[in-house]
Design a protein around this ligand. Structure first.
Ligand code: SF4
Length: 370
């Protein structure tokens, strides 16, 4: 995780009103040279300045399509800014307004850990393994997958990518989110007994050579700290309170939660499902609270609430605030770049291979995994 030094007092002392005025003014001055991207989980105060909103991959693709843009300011987390840099043309500068806006899940898989896992599974156990990484991972992990016959996936297309992977080789190592891997493979008919958790903190992932040989899917021991807050008990409580409420959750939730839910799918799938639901329908949603609150506001004719009684907030994304955005844009308008996210050339090349393999083998339509 990167560290963000304190921003100059001139910006740290801004009121929200002053910061908003500065952002609007600098945005206007920079015009089409600047694109601001806002992830679905971003706080309202910031996302209102975004030119585009969406999930991480969609935003990176949209950013790359903006011909003439010189700067992409990504109001998301670090791996998203890396993806934007990987997909954008040379000469485009990608900026993350707060360097400490990391992703706890992406930080759970490091390149040297994956290299050790590979040596054990492929080298010692002689397994034919296809590495698949969720896009919520570092550029280095994406590059490893690209360089070893693997691919990236999103929560929308994980099933299609796994289908492709199983055709390439018998086994898959899925990282960094064990839950997305387990939920997707289970929905495809892979029994839980054929999936083992690979714990990078333990020698050989905590697996014996026999366990490694017998498994079909190796699930990296990583998770999202936000979606990990949803529980099967919360599903039971909702059912008890009101049987008419439908439960829809993100597949980064634990398997037990997904099994109890009515539906599971990506953020785009959740938005589409609730948007198309009839007036009067009731929804309990298991995903980040800013997205849920936006759906509450957008659909006053439907009863929308969070599945959890607690605030399930992506605290790292929340670090991007008005002051950091104002600081970033003020510097750009003055011809200075702060907080550039730049992926090294060879890593970029191999990560692009993994992203391209994903895009060539899947449909962009958000699908349910349950
Ligand atoms: S919600 Fe979870 S997976 Fe998404 S950026 Fe935050 S910590 Fe990472």
């Amino acid at each position: 995780m990167l560290f963000q030094p304190p921003i100059p007092p001139k910006y740290a002392g801004l009121t929200d009103e002053q910061a908003c005025a500065m952002i609007l003014e600098r945005k206007k001055a920079l015009g089409s040279r600047l694109v601001i991207l806002g992830h679905h989980y971003q706080q309202d105060e910031v996302i209102r300045f975004a030119d585009f909103t969406g999930d991480s991959l969609k935003l990176s693709q949209v950013g790359a399509e903006q011909k003439g843009a010189e700067y992409i300011v990504f109001c998301g987390v670090h791996f998203m800014a890396e993806s934007a840099d990987i997909l954008s043309e040379d000469g485009v500068t990608v900026i993350l307004p707060d360097l400490s806006a990391g992703c706890s899940m992406a930080d759970m898989a490091e390149l040297d850990q994956l290299e050790d896992a590979w040596d054990f599974l492929v080298g010692e156990c002689g397994q034919e393994v296809i590495p698949i990484t969720y896009v919520n991972s570092t550029a280095a992990i994406k590059a490893f997958c690209g360089g070893h016959g693997g691919a990236c996936c999103t929560s929308s297309n994980a099933r299609a990518v796994l289908e492709w992977a199983f055709k390439q080789g018998g086994k898959v190592i899925f990282l960094p989110d064990q839950h997305l891997g387990r939920n997707t493979a289970f929905a495809m008919g892979v029994p839980l007994e054929q999936m083992v958790v690979f714990d990078p903190a333990l020698p050989n992932g905590g697996l014996s050579p026999d366990q490694a040989r017998d498994a079909k899917v190796y699930l990296w021991k990583g998770h999202c700290s936000v979606h990990g807050l949803f529980t099967a008990q919360q599903c039971d409580d909702i059912r008890r309170m009101d049987a008419a409420t439908k439960i829809i959750v993100h597949p980064e939730c634990a398997w037990e939660v997904v099994q109890k839910a009515d539906m599971a799918g990506s953020t785009e799938f959740i938005i589409k499902t609730v948007s198309e639901a009839p007036a009067g329908s009731k929804w309990a949603i298991g995903t980040e609270i800013h997205l849920v609150n936006r759906l509450v506001e957008r659909f006053p004719d439907k009863a929308v609430r969070s599945l959890a009684g607690i605030q399930c907030l992506c605290t790292t994304m929340y670090r991007i605030d008005l002051k950091h955005l104002a600081w970033t844009l003020d510097a750009l308008a003055a011809g200075r770049v702060v907080n550039q996210i730049k992926v090294e050339a060879e890593t970029k090349r191999l990560a692009t291979v993994a992203l391209k393999r994903m895009l060539e083998n899947v449909t962009p339509v958000p699908v349910a995994i349950k």
